[in-house]
Write a protein that binds this ligand. Sequence first.
Ligand SMILES: [Zn+2]
Length: 292
Amino acid sequence: MAISRRRAAEGPQGPGPIRASGWLAGVLTRGAFVLGLLAASCAGENISTDLVKPEVIQQRLEAGAVAASKRQDTIRRLFEHVGCAAQEQRVDRKSANVICALPGETPSTIVIGGHIDFVELGQGIVDDWSGASLLPSLYQALKSRTHHHTYVFVAFTKEEEGMVGSSRYVKNLTAEEKAAIRAFVNLECLGLSPTKVWVNRSTPALVSRLLEVGGALRLPIQAVNVDRVGDDDTHPFFSAKIPVISIHSLTQKTFGILHSPGDKLSAVRSGEYYDTYRLVTLYLAYLDTKLE
Ligand SMILES: [Zn+2]
């Protein structure tokens, strides 16, 4: 999360319920019974994934407790470990985005991102190794499934310096590649609380799909908006008119952990972190069935 210094003290706004529009609003107000029906209908889609075990998710999180200069190599090795030969997209002499593609049956693409750089007042585990280190585990969970969409997992560099890596990534897309991206899913600062969505930044249809999956898994999802205090790698995608969703776990209470000595392994609540991993895995599989 890139934080605006002028406004940081205000913290984010929320948590609050996600105000859904249209049919979903009705569904959400009818409570648990309807959530049960959603669970059944999601199960009816027959979605299966190969979830990575909690111990492995934790090990991959711990692998990020290294110097900033080692992060790029660490994520590349984790991608290799799950069977993906990642490409590096140079941003400058020292830094690169690390990109792992999982080809689908069509050129339609879903891009999933997290960032590997961090502000060295802490260890940058929450912001944002918690997001970046899930990328190989999402790849692993989805790789043996038949899928229409091509998934592209990108560990971005230099987010904290103003979304430099993600801006370069979007700038380098050809018109054809850009038009093929159906969604950009950003994973930022996870595991501080149950899953939150920056609703003001996110495309409503993508939020609705996430709520459907949350309902099926019986996992709570709340709105916390960070418009006034921060920004993230959804920015260049959103500016390029690509549908985006910003998934995080920040609240007023936990926002102060970012860019501080408190941003370390012990800040991540492993149960809630794993719940977000399960949610995002099923979400990516579900989007494959729902997006064109
Ligand atoms: Zn940050």
